[in-house]
Design a protein around this ligand. Structure first.
Ligand code: AMP
Ligand code: GLY
Length: 450
C-alpha cells in the first residue's frame, strides 16, 4: 500500500511515523514534508503543495490512501477533488470543513443544534460590536472569523482590549483570511471559566471513533503567559476528561454535531476536534471545532497508539456498509448503537493505547510566533528510542545538515509512568538539542503534575 500524508508539520511527521509501522505499508509519501520526513528511510518527501498538482501526482503514483494534516487544503476542497478523481482520502469535504474555517458558521451551527458553547453574537459593523461589548462587559472574547492560525482570538480582560481587538480585526484584518463572501466579521462571545482539553474523534457520517484525550499549551511562555501560539507542548491522556466527562462530550457535543452535519447535507468525514472548556462541575462547552488533528497533540498521542494506524485510516476512508440515513437514527440514544455497529467499518474498530502518559515539548525558532527567523543550524539530534521520539516540524535538510525552516521546529516526545516521569525524560532529550535562538516552555504538563 502507498499512503500520502499532506502537510509539513510535526503532526504530519508523527502521522507518517505511525502509519509507516504498519506491515502493509510500502512507502509513506509526505507532501511537502520537512527535514525529519526527508531523512526517514520509510518516508519520501514530495515537493508539491498545489491541490491539482498533487492530485495528478497521486493518480500517476497509484496512491491508495491520502491523509490530510492541516486545515488549509481542507478548506480549499482537497477531499472533494480527491473523491471526484476516485481517490481514497481521510478528511472532511470543503463544506464540512467550514466547522473550522468559519467561526461564524460553526457558532451558528452550534446554536441551531443546541450544542453547548459560549453565548455569542457575530458582527461586521464595528459600532454595533463596540456597543455589544459595552453592554456585556469584560472579561470577554473577540474572535476573527476565518482561519488565523490560532492568532485570531483575543481574550480581553478589560473593555479597552476588547475595543482594540474589534478595531484591529474589522478595519485592518491583519493575518486573517477573510472567508467566502469577502466581508470581515468578528464573533464576540462570553468568557468561560474552567480547564481546557482537546477531544478528537475519527468520523464517518454518524460513526465516531474517539481517540485518546489530550491537553495542549497555547501560550508561548511558562505559567501560561505571553502570546497565543499554535501550541507549545501537549500531553495525553488529559486527566480532566474523566469517564463521566467523556460520555457527556460524546452525548452533548460529538453525536449532535455529526447528526446536525448529516441533516444539513454535509455528512462529516475525517477528524473532528472539539476544543473543550470543562467547568468546575464537569459541564462541557465547545470553544471551537477543528476539522483536523491537533498539532502538537497528535505527536504525543501517536506515541501511545498501539493499533495499526494504517488499518484504522483505511477503515475511516471506506464507504459505509449501508448508507447512513437519519431515518435509521431518529434519535441518537443508547438503543441505536447496534444499528450503528454494522453501518460503517469504523464501528468495528477498538483502538489500543499504551496506558502510559505521553508528553511532547515544542522547541520553537527565534522570534516565534511573531517574526520567525529561519536558517539556524540544528547541531545534532538524538535518535528516538522505544519511549522517546523527536518529531520534526519547521526543519529542512540541506547539505547533510538540518536547518530551522519554520516557527515550531521540533516536538520532543517521551512516554512515562506518569506526567512527571514523561516530562523528565522529554526534558532530558530537549537539553541535548541546541540551535541558535531556540525557545521552549519548561512547564509542559504542569496542570496534571500533582
Ligand atoms: P479558539 O481558537 O477559539 O480555541 O480560542 C483560542 C483560545 O482562546 C482557547 O484555547 C482559549 O484559551 C481561549 N478562549 C477562546 N474562547 C474562550 C471563551 N469563550 N472563554 C474563555 N477562553 C476562551
Ligand atoms: N493545538 C491546537 C490546534 O491544533 O489547533
Amino acid at each position: 500500500m502507498k499512503v500520502l500524508v499532506i502537510g509539513s508539520g510535526g503532526r504530519e511527521h508523527a502521522l507518517a511515523w505511525k502509519i509507516a509501522q504498519s506491515p502493509k505499508l510500502q512507502c509513506v509519501y509526505v507532501a511537502p514534508g520537512n527535514g525529519g520526513t526527508a531523512s526517514d528511510p520509510k518516508m519520501q518527501n514530495v515537493p508539491l503543495s498545489d491541490v491539482q498538482d498533487l492530485k495528478h501526482w497521486a493518480l500517476e503514483h497509484a496512491i491508495d490512501l491520502t491523509v490530510v494534516g492541516p486545515e488549509g487544503p481542507l478548506s480549499e476542497g482537497v477531499v472533494d477533488v480527491w473523491r471526484d478523481a476516485g481517490l481514497r482520502i481521510v478528511g472532511p469535504t470543503r463544506a464540512a470543513a467550514q466547522l473550522e474555517s468559519s467561526k461564524a458558521f460553526s457558532k451558528a451551527f452550534m446554536k441551531r443544534h443546541k450544542i453547548p458553547t459560549a453565548a455569542f453574537e457575530t458582527f461586521s459593523d464595528a459600532s454595533l460590536a463596540h456597543a455589544y461589548v459595552e453592554r456585556l462587559g469584560a472579561p470577554i472574547v473577540v474572535k476573527a472569523d476565518g482561519l488565523a492560525a490560532g492568532k485570531g482570538v483575543v481574550v480581553a480582560e478589560n473593555l479597552g482590549q476588547a475595543h482594540a481587538a474589534i478595531d484591529h480585526m474589522l478595519s485592518t484584518n491583519a493575518q486573517v483570511v477573510v472567508p467566502q463572501g469577502g466581508e470581515a466579521r468578528v464573533v464576540i462571545e462570553a468568557f468561560l471559566e474552567g480547564e481546557e482539553a482537546s477531544f478528537m474523534v475519527l468520523c464517518h457520517g454518524l460513526s465516531a471513533l474517539p481517540l485518546a484525550t489530550s491537553q495542549d499549551h497555547k501560550r508561548l511562555l511558562d505559567k501560561d503567559l505571553g502570546p497565543n501560539t499554535g501550541g507549545m507542548g501537549a500531553y495525553s491522556p488529559a486527566g480532566v476528561v474523566t469517564p463521566a466527562v467523556h460520555a457527556r462530550v460524546m452525548r452533548e457535543i460529538i453525536q449532535p454535531t455529526l447528526k446536525g452535519m448529516m441533516s444539513e447535507g454535509m455528512p462529516f468525514t475525517g477528524f473532528l476536534y472539539a476544543g473543550l472548556m470543562i467547568g468546575p462541575k464537569g459541564d462541557v462547552h465547545t470553544l471551537e471545532f477543528n476539522t483536523r488533528l491537533g498539532d502538537p497533540e497528535t505527536q504525543p498521542m501517536m506515541m501511545r497508539l498501539k493499533s495499526d494506524w494504517f488499518e484504522v485510516l483505511w477503515a475511516a476512508s471506506a464507504e459505509p456498509h449501508a448508507p447512513h440515513t437519519l431515518e435509521q437514527f431518529p434519535s441518537l440514544g443508547m438503543g441505536h448503537s447496534e444499528v450503528m455497529q454494522s453501518a460503517h467499518p469504523l464501528d468495528d474498530i477498538e483502538l489500543v493505547w499504551d496506558r502510559r502518559v505521553s508528553l511532547g515539548v515544542v522547541m520553537a525558532a527565534h522570534g516565534y510566533p511573531e517574526k520567525v527567523r529561519v536558517g539556524d543550524v540544528l547541531a545534532s539530534l538524538p535518535l528516538g528510542g522505544d519511549s522517546t521520539q523527536v518529531f520534526h516540524a519547521g526543519t529542512r535538510r540541506e547539505a547533510g545538515h538540518w536547518l530551522t525552516a519554520g516557527g515550531r521546529v521540533l516536538c520532543v516526545c517521551a512516554l512515562g509512568e506518569n506526567v512527571a516521569q514523561a516530562s523528565q525524560s522529554a526534558y532530558e532529550l530537549v537539553d541535548k538539542i541546541h540551535f541558535e535562538g531556540e525557545q521552549h516552555r519548561t512547564d509542559i504538563g504542569w496542570r496534571a503534575k500533582h
